[in-house]
Write a new protein. Structure first.
Length: 147
């Protein structure tokens, strides 16, 4: 008995594969990440004293804080636009990976500080995975054809 592989359905047809419950849950999870990231970026852009102090403890100069905030806002904008959400998630992964490296370099506690950006990145990706079929396609393991 021979089976043939069917071509993948176009993206428009796969969009219906995301259930309403998964999509809503994805928006809630993404919303939690977005609220945190937006607050963090805004505090950096306006150079709030708490943000400047915390960022200085990581080894950055005060004048670099607003620049970091603008970079975060660009990543956030890309993540919020459905068409560029996957790119935004990839950029957030890089940004948050840098945060892990900086926290590790200065010897911050592992679970509360150093790994915290990974927790945020998990919310970014889980939320996107639940609401966007492109993220599901990107993150699904490749299937081996059956002979």
């Amino acid at each position: 008995m021979s089976t043939t592989l069917q071509p993948a359905a176009p993206l428009a047809h796969r969009a219906s594969e995301v259930s309403k419950t998964a999509r809503r849950t994805g928006y809630v999870v993404s919303g939690i990440a977005v609220l945190f990231l937006a607050m963090d970026a805004a505090m950096k852009v306006i150079a709030a004293p708490q943000a400047v102090t915390a960022t200085a403890q990581l080894g950055f100069a005060p004048q670099e804080v607003p620049v970091i905030g603008v970079i975060a806002l660009v990543c956030l904008a890309l993540y919020l636009v459905p068409r560029t959400a996957v790119l935004g998630a990839v950029l957030w992964t890089g940004y948050l990976g840098g945060a892990v490296a900086v926290n590790l370099r200065i010897g911050n506690p592992l679970f509360s500080h150093t790994l915290f950006p990974i927790y945020v990145a998990a919310f970014v990706w889980v939320g996107l995975y639940l609401r966007d079929p492109r993220a599901r396609a990107l993150l699904q393991p490749a299937r081996r054809p059956t002979a």
